[in-house]
Write a protein of this length. Structure first.
Ligand code: SAM
Length: 219
């Protein structure tokens, strides 16, 4: 029943969503404000960004290096920077990075911005934290807006991510990924496992009947 309802309210076909998200919209959380372009993942409508921000607010980030892979609006990166982390924010979507560049200035935070398909343009570094809120609906994205939601019919995003993620995994660092109960978790787990990763839950939150879980990826 949940899955049926979910299909009905698929975020990209909901009329209300499309109407609201047809122009840049301001979004504020935890004292930070970003302007979200229509092509960029809107944290207004989803829970994952807020749950991750709440979770990292309890971490000691001062002086730590943190990569947000696929930063979207970048509010999470701004928040980490405001807590003293040395932040790198990357995205495949240039529009997301343009917006974040302006918002970093407005929020007086320093962030390194890198346009990159996964890790392709990210110089190798032992980040203390890597944070990922991935696209997880199994469908082929047709444009940048859809890349925020769809990981490819055959889970191409995850199949490309896990092998390269291995190179950024150290015994000391934390790689955190948030996934909803509505995503095809078994398939994602299987791809992770083929690449030597286990998904270990560290935090779960149920809001409006949907449980989202933050996993730490263990090699
Ligand atoms: C679910 S959104 C999360 C955005 C942001 N991290 C947040 O929590 O609000 C997924 C993000 O990943 C980006 N993305 C999708 N495929 C990517 C890829 N191959 N390389 C880098 N970023 C990608 C999308 O553009 C989008 O901004």
């Amino acid at each position: 029943m949940r899955r049926y309802l979910k299909r009905l309210i698929d975020p990209l076909i909901g009329y209300g969503f499309r109407a609201y998200h047809s122009k840049p919209r301001r979004y504020s959380y935890k004292g930070l404000t970003v302007m979200v372009h229509p092509e960029v993942f809107p944290p207004h409508f989803t829970l994952s960004t807020k749950i991750l921000m709440d979770y990292i607010s309890d971490l000691t980030l001062s002086g730590k290096s943190l990569l947000e892979l696929g930063c979207g609006s970048g509010i999470l990166s701004l928040f980490a920077a405001s807590k003293g982390a040395k932040v790198t924010a990357s995205d495949i979507n240039q529009e997301a990075l343009k917006g974040l560049e302006q918002d970093a200035e407005l929020n007086q935070q320093e962030i390194e911005l890198i346009e990159s398909n996964l890790f392709k343009n990210i110089p190798h570094s032992d980040f203390d934290y890597i944070i990922i809120n991935p696209p997880y609906y199994p469908k082929d994205p047709k444009n940048n807006q859809e890349k925020a939601w769809y990981c490819g019919q055959d889970f191409q995003y995850f199949k490309a991510l896990f092998p390269v993620l291995s190179k950024y995994c150290t015994p000391q660092n934390s790689i955190l990924m948030i996934l909803s109960q509505d995503c095809p978790l078994d398939s994602i787990r299987a791809i992770a496992s083929q690449n030597g990763f286990q998904l270990q839950p560290v935090h779960s939150k149920k809001i409006w009947g949907e449980t989202s879980t933050i996993y730490t990826l263990i090699k």
